[in-house]
Design a protein. Structure first.
Length: 398
């Protein structure tokens, strides 16, 4: 049975919970806000299914080098609302128009990130755009399995570890399944996200008719794709008649700074077991950072997707949407140059443990800034000291 000793050995995919025939495993939130499996030992029948589906205990081999494309949606309105080139919306819409089902992450009415599905085109918008919080997968694997057994085509999108968990859960019975993952930097704590929102709003997070928030965008492109803004749209006008309560460049927003500074990622993100395409997905999507160096004529700062095709299923889907997008074949090294997360896990900050030990004692937003700034300043100080030593020694700095 699943027995967790090191939290870096659990990605939180829920596969063990959903496969257990005796329902003796449940996910329990820890003090950092992440979910981990807890087993009722007295109910366990030692079937070992939970171990076989676990992407950490049963890891896959490194994937083969895929076909790589730079792509963008021809519909500029859709591309402007997407985090990068708007390709996920095309793939998802193609599946839905053929009578299929699309699974993905969305924000619920409490602004938690959850996995859900839609069978209708009008239900697709909440699944678009990046959400920089670990989603609650719930029983999505079981739901996807039921649709597949009914002969439906299912597009399941998620982080690489979620896709690995799904494929482990389904085993060989995949039916008409298409899997799509993203280039993943890591997943922040849902509890930190919730606490950030509550502190920002200055009161208990309201829902329903009393909701204070209308929309959250982690990657708003009104100021451009490269210098995107973090935006929270309010339901009422503020003192100057503007409904955008928060609209900050990602470099200035505290939550994004903490996320990109790796401060409150899940422990497994510092030792990710599914890098280098080990998830087994059919497609991988991400931002084609550095497109200005590879295809300068495409650099309109509206978003370009890097698309990795791993299978015949993935290739078929891309062929089906080619009339609705522009695309050109590219090279893996061009993408990984600006997306090292394809191959490498991020490094755990030295002050991460201190942050999670003390974050409840202080106002969260200033504390995030306090934790992130010293790391950045420390790097500059170390670099300056190194340069001074090299200059004194008379050696060249390369």
């Amino acid at each position: 049975m699943i027995s967790l000793i090191d939290k870096k050995k659990c990605v939180g995919c829920h596969a063990c919970v959903q496969c257990c025939p005796k329902s003796c495993i449940r996910m329990k939130e820890d003090e950092e806000g992440f979910l981990y499996p807890e087993t009722a030992v007295s109910l366990c029948i030692d079937c070992h299914l939970c171990e076989r589906v676990c992407p950490v205990l049963s890891p896959k081999e490194e994937g083969r080098q895929p076909e790589v494309y730079a792509m963008k949606n021809r519909d500029e309105e859709v591309r402007s609302r997407s985090s990068s080139g708007g390709i996920f919306s095309l793939v998802a819409a193609e599946i839905l128009t053929e009578g299929g089902v699309v699974f993905g992450a969305r924000l619920n009415d409490r602004w938690e990130v959850v996995h859900d599905y839609t069978e209708q085109l009008q239900g697709l918008p909440p699944f678009l755009g990046s959400k920089y919080v670990q989603s609650k997968i719930g029983n999505s694997y079981r739901q996807a399995e039921q649709f597949l057994k009914a002969g439906r085509c299912v597009l399941f999108s998620g982080t690489p570890c979620q896709i690995a968990g799904l494929l482990g859960y389904l085993g060989e019975e995949k039916g008409h399944l298409i899997t799509l993952d993203v280039i993943c930097h890591g997943v922040p704590s849902p509890r930190i996200w919730d606490s950030y929102l509550r502190e920002l709003l200055g009161k208990k997070l309201a829902v329903g008719e009393e909701a204070l928030v209308k929309e959250v965008s982690f990657r708003n492109k009104e100021q451009g794709w490269k210098n995107y803004n973090f935006v929270i749209q309010g339901t009422a006008e503020n003192s100057v008649g503007i409904k955008k309560w928060i609209s900050e460049p990602w470099k200035e927003n505290s939550f994004m700074r903490g996320f990109l500074g790796d401060l409150y990622l899940r422990p497994s993100c510092y030792a990710c077991p599914v890098k280098s395409f080990r998830s087994g997905s059919d497609l991988t999507l991400g931002d084609f950072w550095g497109i200005e160096e590879v295809l300068p004529e495409w650099d309109d700062d509206r978003g370009i997707s890097a698309v990795f095709v791993h299978s015949e299923k993935g290739k078929e889907v891309i062929q089906r949407i080619k009339d609705k997008c522009e695309g050109v074949e590219s090279r893996y090294e061009y993408v990984v140059r600006r997306n090292p997360s394809l191959e490498k896990s991020v490094t755990e900050p030295r002050n991460r443990q201190y942050f999670f030990t003390h974050w409840k004692e202080k106002p969260l937003i200033p504390f995030i800034e306090e934790m992130v700034k010293p790391v950045s300043q420390g790097k500059w100080k170390r670099l300056i000291r190194k340069l001074v030593r090299l200059l004194k020694s008379g050696k060249r700095y390369e």
